[in-house]
Write a protein that binds this ligand. Structure first.
Ligand code: NAP
Length: 510
């Protein structure tokens, strides 16, 4: 067992954790460590290597504002390019030597006597501990694959692969394939597998709304202009951002205004599928926007292929050789692709983060609903800042924008607490409750509440806890400065000497 003391520990080296590390470095804060169970930067963009993996937010918007990339090769980026981009940004900012890759955090508990977080992690087959005054959770909502609770799923004797744990060595050519799920991942995987599979059954529980994807490669001249014409890339980025905010307004305040999106999606079905019965089967029955609006030109034509069958009967069970639906039909397959999403509101890491009252985030959220203050701090979890925490998710634009808003909040939290000698910061229950009442009030007319769908945007109590309601520039405003009045704060003198001496001051006079 080895022990280190650092001022800040960041868990996760995806867009949010890396962003935090870069901001700390820019602030002159060097006394931090970055823990990630993977082998390089990228988070979800490192792990999701399924065929066709790509982003449905345009490339110019899906990047850090401080690291625009004039070299994007396409209007929408694919996973390998985003993964390369994130690692290039990490290199450029010299973050590599701060990251402890291969570190799987098993528990992080607030130690009141020490005034710090004790973080246990496994690395190279050994248990390690690091204590940190502040813990930054850059864990991301899309990191724990969710295996569906289907009878017999463990008994399947063929190959089974989750979209987020792809086996790149497995050859699907000529195979009988079943795909469970029709969400954002499945609609990218299915067209790719459909090209070579012998036969493919696509199990659809709920038909999604899918609009065309206007993806194209950039011409050399365009990349030249992005690089050399001052302000061009920023202007394009601003244009995409503004357009998306109009969609946010529709989703939050006036779902009926999204009718043109529905029309676009219906036209996409009409264009992609010839068979009227199949067209009907893929037409959603809930309001557009209630679940993520997907983008694909290939999904519908693939379902219309001779080697593909859309199965809309519910799955009764999985057998050793295939899948049986509720109507009793058995379809044998060689491989089952599970594209059923992630543990968003019930991620196992929530059970491993234990606050000042001895309860884990999972226990607190189980009892009170999944809540934080400004998506960042949770009452009873001092000095813990969550990135992409509750009510910060988006269905319409780039998460990187939200992450950068939170990074402003993180930096200001550090500045204000440092300058005042504060060593313990806990958001008050009153501030947190009031904030969340406001959020739920803002959600009352939204499509996520009234759109007639079940989605991972909701927690087990049915409250929409994953999404930010409204314009993202409002979130930028609420996170612009660290509003210390909403927190119970204590200086070193107030908590006692032991807590004060655990670690050096942040950034040691940077
Ligand atoms: P998802 O959107 O949650 O979709 C899961 C799919 O699995 C849904 O169709 C769901 O059906 C189905 N499903 C779940 N349990 C099932 C069961 N027991 N039986 C049958 N079907 C079942 O998951 P995802 O596609 O992995 O995407 C997750 C999130 O990742 C997205 O919302 C998005 O935020 C992100 N993502 C983004 C991109 C991008 O382009 N930026 C690409 C991929 C993923 P129901 O609809 O009936 O629940």
């Amino acid at each position: 067992m080895t022990t280190h003391d650092v001022e800040i520990a960041i868990i996760g080296a995806g867009f949010s954790g890396l962003g935090a590390a870069i901001k700390l470095t820019q602030e002159g804060v060097d006394d931090y460590v970055l823990l990630d169970r993977g082998q390089d930067f990228g988070g979800t963009w490192r792990d999701n290597v399924y065929p066709g993996a790509a982003c449905d937010v345009p490339s110019h918007l899906y990047s850090y504002s401080f690291a625009l990339n004039p070299e994007w090769s396409r209007s929408y980026s694919h996973q390998p390019e985003i993964h390369r981009y994130i690692n290039a940004v990490a290199d450029e900012h010299g973050i590599g030597n701060k990251a402890l890759f291969g570190s799987d955090v098993t528990q992080a508990a607030w130690d009141e006597d020490r005034g710090a977080w004790t973080i246990h992690y496994d690395r190279d087959g050994q248990s390690h501990t690091v204590t940190a005054r502040t813990l930054v959770g850059g864990i991301g909502p899309l990191c724990e694959p969710n295996l569906p609770d289907i009878e017999g799923i463990e008994d399947f004797g063929g190959k089974m692969v989750h979209s987020a744990q792809w086996d790149t060595d497995y050859d699907f050519t000529g195979k009988r394939v079943a795909v469970i799920g029709t969400g954002a991942s499945a609609i990218q995987i299915v067209p790719q597998l459909g090209k070579t599979a012998g036969h493919m059954d696509v199990y659809q529980r709920t038909a999604p709304w899918i609009i065309p994807r206007n993806e194209r490669p950039y011409l050399g001249l365009e990349n030249w202009a992005f690089k050399n014409v001052p302000g061009l890339q920023a202007a394009i980025r601003g244009g995409i951002y503004s357009f998306n905010e109009v969609v946010a307004a529709g989703m939050t305040y006036a779902p009926k205004a999204l009718k043109p999106v529905e029309a676009l999606s219906r036209a996409n079905i009409f264009r992609g599928i010839r068979d009227p019965k199949l067209r009907k089967a893929v037409t959603p029955t809930f309001a557009v926007g209630c679940k993520r609006i997907l983008k694909s030109n290939e999904w519908y034509p693939t379902l219309d292929q001779d080697n593909v069958e859309l199965v809309t009967d519910g799955i009764a069970r999985v057998t050793e050789t295939g899948i049986v639906t509720n109507d009793g039909t058995a379809r044998d397959v060689d491989v089952i692709v599970v594209a059923t999403g992630f543990h968003v509101t019930d991620s196992p890491i929530f059970g491993a983060i234990v606050g000042s009252g001895g309860k884990s985030l999972a226990q607190v959220w189980e009892a009170e609903g999944m809540q934080a203050y400004k998506g960042s701090f949770v009452h009873g979890f001092p000095n813990l800042m969550l990135l992409v925490g509750p009510s910060t998710g988006l269905g319409h634009t780039s998460m990187v924008y939200m992450i950068e808003s939170q990074l402003n909040y993180l930096v200001d939290y550090l500045r204000k607490t440092r300058s005042r000698g504060i060593v313990r910061t806990d958001v008050t229950k009153t501030a947190q409750d009031e904030y969340n009442r406001g959020l739920q009030h803002n959600l009352r007319n939204s499509v996520w509440v009234n759109g007639g769908c079940a989605s991972w945007y909701k927690d087990r109590n049915g409250n929409v806890t994953a999404l930010w309601p409204g314009f993202t520039f409002n979130y930028r405003n609420v996170t612009r400065s660290f509003d210390i009045a909403a927190y119970d704060v204590k200086t070193a003198d107030q908590v006692g000497a032991s807590a004060a001496t655990t670690a050096e001051p942040v950034g040691a006079d940077a």
